[in-house]
Design a protein around this ligand. Sequence first.
Ligand SMILES: NC(=O)c1ccc[n+]([C@@H]2O[C@H](COP(=O)([O-])OP(=O)(O)OC[C@H]3O[C@@H](n4cnc5c(N)ncnc54)[C@H](O)[C@@H]3O)[C@@H](O)[C@H]2O)c1
Length: 434
Amino acid sequence: MKHIAVIGVGYVGLTTAACLAELGHHVVGVDMDEGKISMLRQGRIPFSEPELPELVERNHQAGRLDFTTAYPEAMQQADMVFICVGTPPTPSGHADMSQVEEAARQVALSARHPLIVILKSTTPPGGNAERVAAILASHLPLGINAPLVVNPEFLREGSAVYDTFHPDRAVIGAWDASAAEEVAALYAPLRCPVLLTDPVSAQFTKYASNAFLATKISFINEISRIAERVGANIHAVAQGMGFDDRIGAEFLEAGLGYGGSCFPKDVLALSAIAEQHGYYSQFLHAVMDINAGQRSLTVAKLDEALGGLHGKRVCVLGLAFKSHTDDVRESPALSVISMLCQQGAYVQAHDPVAMPTAQKVQPSHDTLKYCPDAYTAALGCHAVLIATNWPEFRSLDWSRIHTSMPGKVVLDGRGLLSPDEIRAMGFEYLAFAN
Ligand SMILES: NC(=O)c1ccc[n+]([C@@H]2O[C@H](COP(=O)([O-])OP(=O)(O)OC[C@H]3O[C@@H](n4cnc5c(N)ncnc54)[C@H](O)[C@@H]3O)[C@@H](O)[C@H]2O)c1
């Protein structure tokens, strides 16, 4: 059993903290957000993530998981510290390292005995791990050692707990071999492949993995644009491709493209790192351009189907960047809503869980209304856009929706519905190369 401090209890940190506690460790989560910490102390979770509330409650009750805003309190017993704070993009596209650097400084200032610092936040290679190690070294009390280990996180929001207990691999990058072994030991109960490497390669693995997944999405979207022109059905094409083990079936859904807090910022940061090192990555720029293009293509499809958007009423189902999360960071739905409103459309939107987070970043206004359910959102609309792959949208009473709408267009931006069934009800079913 280890004493572990987790700095930053967002999507990654809270999941990491709760899962480590479930594995039997004593964990204290630290966050500078007092609201988040007081919610957690009252047994409430600050965001939506399946399985996490039960896990946090169970371990909190068992005395293995606690929360504080005070670093010294969390660091008192800690022999391992996970840094899980945000690394959002700066206006130039680089990762903003200020939260990580401040966390490292606070950890070092509060350290009273040797410990291992594990960097889980996604941080670009090319000097950042070295800088974090230098911050630790320069703020630690004399005689105290705190080796840095880079251990990027690969969990997916919406299945974060499952992913943490069933990782495909752990990537551990360290200059200090014994610190790397100690971190590897934490993963032993999870029986996953463990790659021991240097910190820069560990950091790079995370960026390369996300860039590859984003590429798969942009690839199928590019192929869908060609498929549409030649009359091929992209779902059949993707299925046929996906049976090939070398390709794999995941991330081959043509639609609105990727969003969220990771793919957009990580692909952008990788291209920014490349440029900083004198290389312009045409490839990564194409991935980003295709992704951005899917959003305008969605608006163009609605514009064409409705004979212009001005004064038209569009129901947008789904606000989160994907299903099973309330995260709307870089959500394709929100940018499409902005474009629709700019072109004079009225938008009625609904999401099963992401309404509060969406309303915070894009409050309702004259032409944007948030609705309590999908039926209210569709009422009086000319078109429905499915913007998030929530499975519950599949089982809506689509004939009820049909009767409540003066227009009959359904644009399935996530390939969620059965085209034949929807068409049989009298809708004009649109998708991407369907
Ligand atoms: N969200 C994901 O799906 C995911 C997956 C893999 C990797 N990552 C990476 O993990 C990191 C964290 O992502 P997230 O989505 O959990 O972020 P988040 O924004 O949900 O959480 C970050 C938390 O850190 C806290 N924080 C910031 N500065 C702090 C400080 N100095 N001291 C204490 N707390 C501080 C914030 O208050 C916030 O609660 C990022 O680098 C991200 O790229 C995220």
